[in-house]
Design a protein around this ligand. Sequence first.
Ligand SMILES: [Zn+2]
Length: 127
Amino acid sequence: MDNSIKQCLYCDKKMQGRTDKKFCSNHCRSSYHNAVYGNRTNYMRRINALLLRNRKILSDLFVLQRKGTQVPLSELYIKGFAPQHFTHQAKHASKTVYTYCYEFGYSYVGKNAVKIIQEVNIESSLL
Ligand SMILES: [Zn+2]
């Protein structure tokens, strides 16, 4: 028979009482979760920071971009843009593919410039 003595998943201390208890203390619970998920969380945090930085750069340049003009790619890189990180891509009616960081997207105009756009409806930016 199960005498309902369990061990803490983190420190192996024996516990009595509620049989659904997995940890002897809040400290052990958070230490366990940090050990199991900590690296993954850090990885996601770093990616999210890069995506947010890209978004900020596109947003800033979008504001500066005059209607009908293009932004030199070098402007993005000077600010630390990381093109390998983006949220999604969408092909517009013009068959131009835009690469997005959240609601700000860009497409290449030639080799050295981009056109930046801001999407308002999320539905219209799904490929
Ligand atoms: Zn414990």
